[in-house]
Design a protein around this ligand. Sequence first.
Ligand code: 8YV
Length: 328
Amino acid sequence: MKKQVVLYKKLSPPLIARLEAVAQVTLIEDPKSADGMARLRDALPEADGLLGASIKLAAPLLDLAPKLKVVSSVSVGVDNYDIEYLTGRGILLTNTPDVLTETTADTGFALIMATARRVVELASMVRAGQWTQNIGPTHFGTDVHGKTLGIIGMGRIGEALAQRGHFGFGMPVIYHSHSPKPAVETRFGAQYRSLEILLREADFVCLTLPLTAQTQGLIGAKQFALMRPETIFINIARGKVVDEQAMIQALRNRHIRAAGLDVFEREPLPADSPLLQLDNVVATPHMGSATHETREAMARCAVNNMLGALTGERPKNLVNEPAWTAQG
Ligand code: 8YV
């Protein structure tokens, strides 16, 4: 009897073919819609494997999938999953680290540059035919090169950001992480700082840490108050690491210069969000890893993880090791 794999994210035909060689594959289109979610729920009772992203797979939903053996996420972040529940059921959870690191760090620098040099605002002015004279101080941005880059969360993406800042822009790098990273300090001259000192010192405060119970709401009114009026805030991590209302106040009152945001408490960001009324905000649609090359590489990685799990091998990118060791 072929295994049953349910996709809630579209894959390219070659990747679907690789899955269909070992499993019966069902694609659930538009799982965020009511109809899509209903079709996903209907498919769960027979599912041995789930593959997708951007949908919260909470326990009550997965209780509908008694045969489930593996969840293969097309993402590096795993905040959409109840890891304790999955491990308790012996369900393997896999993700797609590494393949998206460089692209996501590129997005971080795209936001640093766009926000510091006001690229979106000034390009819109040109497109609107409002460039009628040489620009002056009211249109000036602020330099990036040589400024202090502050990175909160020194994992793969944080390290790639540090590399860009150090070698590409001559930026002194300071960082805060749950533990010091001597290799990063050696390679990029990065210096460890407490969160409070980093927020005071950095010209660019960049979030690259995962969303966990410990990091949710980490950056709130108190933290924004430690930043300076020249500080630019960048979030390529998760929206819920930040108290969004506190950020809006800090931006509106010019307690910080600007923000470059790729992630939000609610996604898609509602059109009536106060963030979209602020001229010192560059907001992008969770595009961190969103290039043709990288998204295909992530999907390929997720398919490899799924195939490994379905054929009894330990998947390369296993998030919850205890679920594997419990299989004996
Ligand atoms: C999206 C991301 O999840 O990998 C992550 O954790 O935030 C992004 O890459 C991905 O775009 C969903 O496929």
